[in-house]
Design a protein around this ligand. Sequence first.
Ligand SMILES: NC(=O)c1ccc[n+]([C@@H]2O[C@H](COP(=O)([O-])OP(=O)(O)OC[C@H]3O[C@@H](n4cnc5c(N)ncnc54)[C@H](OP(=O)(O)O)[C@@H]3O)[C@@H](O)[C@H]2O)c1
Length: 198
Amino acid sequence: MTSQIQKELPDTLLRLAITVPGILRVEKSPSQIDSTHALDSFKVNSLGPMLLMKHLSPLLPTKSSPPFTNTPFNDLDGQQPALPSHAIYAMMAARVGSVSDNATGGWYSYRASKAAVFQLAKTFDLYLRRRSRDRALAVAMHPGTVQTDFTKDYWAGRDMLQPGDAAARLLRVICSIPTGVDDGRGRCWDWKEEEVRP
Ligand SMILES: NC(=O)c1ccc[n+]([C@@H]2O[C@H](COP(=O)([O-])OP(=O)(O)OC[C@H]3O[C@@H](n4cnc5c(N)ncnc54)[C@H](OP(=O)(O)O)[C@@H]3O)[C@@H](O)[C@H]2O)c1
């Protein structure tokens, strides 16, 4: 995968990556856990982002790469945020992957496999701090509850964000992650710019 991209886009650095694989297999009690379904969840939700990270990381800038030019863009809300001068590597987690936020239980395989994404973002960011310094950072994200096929069993009677709105908000958030002292790297941020603690 890496060599194919490098062949098609020579001398091109990865500036913005958003990895989104995710499936939900619902278990309300331990007796409902099915090993095949649970393994699918870990494959897609944990191993998926891990392998994307493996293959995409060589494309990110290194500490000797020149900064990107700040690039304003029109987002879906008509606002004009700017892509920062560093690269952003963002992985879609989920609030329910937070251990500290877990007040209701259930969804064993989804929670456990998404908890891994918080750890991946932190660990990958520590790697980037050494390899790329302030030229690239990694974060995890929570998009809010969004009206996609993913949530269709829960659409009735619930307020949900529309996909375009959630995407525009997340993009604004990850473009404004502070770097330097007391930075926001390696953490999970939601669509309201609030941290979701692991
Ligand atoms: N919707 C929400 O309220 C919500 C809340 C919290 C977190 N999330 C997370 O946000 C992400 C995107 O969800 P969504 O709402 O946009 O749902 P979605 O439309 O169902 O998207 C799921 C994504 O996962 C990919 N995927 C599914 N099975 C895969 C497999 N076996 N191998 C590789 N990729 C696979 C899909 O790829 P294809 O399009 O190619 O099938 C798609 O890109 C997910 O990680 C989800 O856990 C969503």
